[in-house]
Design a protein. Structure first.
Lengths: 378, 378
DNA sequence: TATATAGTTGAATCAGTCT
DNA sequence: TAGACTGATTCAACTATAT
């Protein structure tokens, strides 16, 4: 994978000086700072605005340790109206500096993304896709009160319906093993050595995004030499990936601590170093197929009897994918272990369905699900 | 572990006739039809509203065959304002008939889901999760101008912030091979024999949802016997799955063709038997057993020494079920917290009895009480 | 040095009942 | 209604320490 170099040829027909704001971080409120940029001067915008989380008291893990919540002042808003006004203001300011054929990405969670999306549409932006970032290692739901919040949503939009935006279809397809890139991206959180820490080992920013995410965003919707604006620059992930990919950046950030960290981070990079790119490529794994999927898919009905290969043990399937065998209840693995008096058991190969005397391991049905073939329905 | 029965016994203390609208499809506009239902009469709502698709002209595949897009007249709105007014109206009508502790699911795509989500919040609904349905076999993006649109978004919400909603956490966890269920659901489209076709082999409804999706929705947020409302009933996937899972349904639909198809589809079904509908319940569903009961039952004697799992902390049981450890006195939970210097502690899992070097959590004795096994008495 | 075990952590709108 | 009390609840990945 090769990368083109930055740089505008000095002899280009419309040559111009490199603007002084290019590859810098503007300090201040984003709406005010964006007034310093010329109209239609950036090719793409990546924005990670405050999510307006409305957290209650402290949350503790089952081991009693306290969750380090994002409770920073910049994430606090008095009401939805206040958040909407804020959102409308910065999206308008962005629209002025964005080129007519540029595009914008905004990331958010269910706390804010619906408001952002509706306001984007109200302001005349045209949504191209929503892309979901599926986290391979999200924080669990410790109290068991909801589904694990395992994704965030990105909206990709253009400032007008008929914009001729950049989309590197072939590059993305190659990147994705020659399959069209889908709207679901499986990537891990920003942890480990990539996560910026201060001298005391504390994270510098509560919500630093992984470079792998920005890598895909910039690769898909910008060209080398393009200018990428991030109005909520934070610790500069957008700038770091832009530099690695040979794109220009301009950031806006209010907090001096974040600016310092971002500046140091980006200055340490040399542009378009292929080696540096390697680490940004995320892992991708095939999704697991839990036993419950077979029931949903109609491959196994609640009430079905399962047996082991020798017919010694029997169990009945319940609606939630649990098995019952005598007094034993639980997952296919747990009940398989219990009926055998063993510590562990692979339920997929242990349990079988019977059809006319023919025993078939339930693992075979999992293969049907994985293959994507249509199932019979129930 | 018991299961509620379908239907209300006529002799029950607060007996009432089965409402005439139960398990029926109301024909007409959804706001008008919902006025026929009593206030706070449904436990859960699943809504698949029109998507407000704005397709400019026909879409063709590379081989020039026309894509059968969703261009039915019910899916056309003149503007975002019109769509918002429509959305506000039906979400308000739904809020009247939904029980205060019920919940609502709404499914949509990027065309409409941001407006729906923002209006839900504006109307005072409290979002619990957004759940993404990842399609294992989505329609490719034929023009290669965007990412393959491979998912739809569902919003799960309650009508007020402090609602005590139904969430079958343990059942879903069992369903998912003993891992808590996440907000990303990988499920195939509705195809094959499940997809309703007319005599000419054309699909009856353009956006028929897979039963697997509804199966998971109903399993997670309803109990057997609950009433599920679908204000955009279409060809009745919600009703079909509700019947299979021993839930009641009520649907609203404008098109007679859809009503006929849905009615025939549901009438052909018989509900699963009660045993198969039984689901895995968590500890919260079990009756409370005070620590003193173990003493009354003779499972533990006053004066017994308890220790933590590592033997670091010790305490003595007193006749009233309180513990003493140094200067600390109080319940198993309070003393457990005090000796560790923590705010809270689950005494049931913290304290252990010792027998020949073997440590056993006192929670095991609680299991004996709950199981109803005979104890030694006093 | 390699492997095993223990500890830490991540954008989180995270309890229910009785007095 | 506010406060006290009971007691339920976690997954993947990385880091530090121990063997």
């Amino acid at each position: 994978m090769s990368v083109q170099r930055i740089g505008v040829p000095l002899t280009a027909p419309h040559s111009f000086e490199k603007p002084d704001w290019l590859d810098t971080i503007l300090k201040g409120d984003c709406v005010a700072a964006l007034e310093k940029l010329p109209k239609h001067s950036v090719d793409m915008v990546f924005a990670d605005p405050p999510y307006n989380l409305q957290l209650g008291g402290d949350l503790h893990r089952p081991d009693q340790s306290r969750v380090d919540a994002c409770d920073d002042h910049w994430d606090q808003f008095d009401s939805f109206d206040a958040y909407d006004a804020f959102t409308r203001a910065w999206l308008l300011a962005v629209k002025r500096v964005l080129k007519p054929d540029g595009s914008i990405w905004v990331i958010g969670s269910y706390h804010n993304i619906f408001r952002v999306g509706a306001i984007l549409q109200d302001l005349g932006y045209w949504i191209l896709n929503d892309v979901v970032w599926l986290k391979s290692n999200p924080m669990p739901n410790f109290r068991g009160k909801r589904f694990t919040n395992a994704h965030e949503t990105m909206i990709w939009a253009v400032p007008r319906k008929d914009a001729k935006y950049t989309f590197n279809y072939e590059a993305l397809k190659t990147f994705n093993d020659d399959l069209q890139m889908r709207s679901d991206w499986h990537l891990p959180l920003c942890t480990g050595s990539e996560r910026l820490k201060d001298e005391d080992g504390r994270k510098v920013h509560p919500t630093q995004k992984p470079e792998s995410l920005l890598y895909r965003v910039l690769l898909s919707s910008t060209n080398p030499g393009d200018v990428v604006l991030d109005p909520f620059f934070g610790t500069g992930t957008t700038g770091a990936v832009a530099r690695k990919l040979g794109r220009h950046f301009v950031g806006v950030e209010r907090e001096q601590d974040y600016i310092d960290a971002a500046r140091a981070r980006i200055d340490a990079l040399s542009p378009a170093n292929d080696d540096a790119l390697e680490i940004t490529l995320g892992k991708r794994a095939a999704p697991r197929v839990p036993f419950g999927n077979l029931i949903e898919a109609g491959l196994i009905a609640p009430g079905t009897k399962l047996t082991c290969a020798r017919g010694r043990h029997q169990a009945t399937v319940r609606a939630d994918g649990s098995l019952v065998s005598g007094d034993h209840r639980g997952s296919i693995h747990k009940v398989g272990a219990l009926v055998q008096g063993q510590e562990a058991c692979n339920g997929w190969t242990f349990w079988h369905t019977e059809d006319g005397g023919l025993l078939t391991p339930i693992d075979n049905m999992r293969q049907i699900i994985r293959s994507g073939l249509p199932t019979s329905g129930r």
